[in-house]
Design a binder for this molecule. Structure first.
Ligand SMILES: C[S@@+](CC[C@H](N)C(=O)[O-])C[C@H]1O[C@@H](n2cnc3c(N)ncnc32)[C@H](O)[C@@H]1O
Length: 230
């Protein structure tokens, strides 16, 4: 039965079984990479986030959204495909102001929304897991002009992999808390291919940074991209 469920559902289910969903204190910084405490924080989303409307695509348990709502006073919406993750996020941070968690597919959420955001972001979330030719134009439609899209994805050369040589997704795996792996499709692009797709959606790539994590060997683990709506 579980083998037919979404890998993200099984992931959320195992997390919920392993760790109680209880109120948590708000993290002191925003994390974009696999190595907590390294890399930039929330400042790369924009110079002044106070009262700004932010959207996170694939928010998981909501740590980054909680940080942005509390430390910056931003109005944050976190969307996640897995209803159980949204429940977790609400148990952890539902008491906070300026923070809304919604269950749904990132693309469907954008298609149904008429809101415009000051920044949209994803941390190993929906970007890279949904066809970029659909998701990036939908994101662009909901960003105010000049505003930022920022996302981190697993680096396409992690563990010695080669980046995609075409625009199709390839097989990747979600590693579950019990260490089993379930297959998913991932658009595993390098910065140049992301730039091409961003460009088609009228989003201008402003930076691409890679990060390492000594626990994962010599290869980079994280690709962090920033772009701006033209
Ligand atoms: C690796 S987790 C990262 C969670 C969180 N951003 C973090 O850094 O802890 C990926 C998350 O993306 C969510 N996700 C996957 N596909 C999605 C989609 N199409 N729309 C929205 N969320 C999605 C999954 O349910 C999962 O919670």
């Amino acid at each position: 039965m579980l083998a037919q469920a979404s890998p993200w559902y099984v992931h959320a289910l195992q997390r919920t079984t392993a760790n109680p969903a209880e109120p948590l204190s708000v993290p002191a910084r925003m994390e974009w990479t696999t190595r907590p405490g390294s890399g930039p924080g929330a400042e790369i989303l924009g110079p002044d986030l106070h009262r700004k409307r932010l959207l996170e695509l694939g928010c998981g348990p909501g740590h980054n959204a909680a940080h942005l709502a509390t430390r910056y006073g931003a109005q944050v919406t976190g969307v996640d495909l897995a209803g159980l993750q949204v429940r977790r996020a609400r148990s952890h941070y539902g008491r906070l102001n300026n923070l809304t968690f919604v269950a749904g597919h990132a693309l469907h959420y954008l298609q149904a929304s008429d809101e415009h955001f000051d920044a949209i972001y994803s941390v190993f979330g929906a970007i890279g897991l949904v066809a970029p030719e659909l998701l990036l134009p939908a994101i662009a439609q909901h960003l105010k002009p000049g505003c930022a899209l920022t996302f981190s994805v697993p680096h396409p050369q992690r563990g010695g992999l080669r980046p995609n040589t075409d625009d199709r997704p390839r097989r990747d795996y979600v590693t579950l808390p019990d260490r089993t792996r379930l297959p998913i499709a991932r658009w595993d692009f390098d910065a140049a291919r992301w730039e091409k797709h961003l460009d088609r959606a009228s989003l201008w790539l402003t930076s691409a940074q890679e990060f390492h994590d000594a626990r994962h060997g010599l290869w980079p683990t994280t690709l962090l991209i920033t772009a701006r709506k033209l």
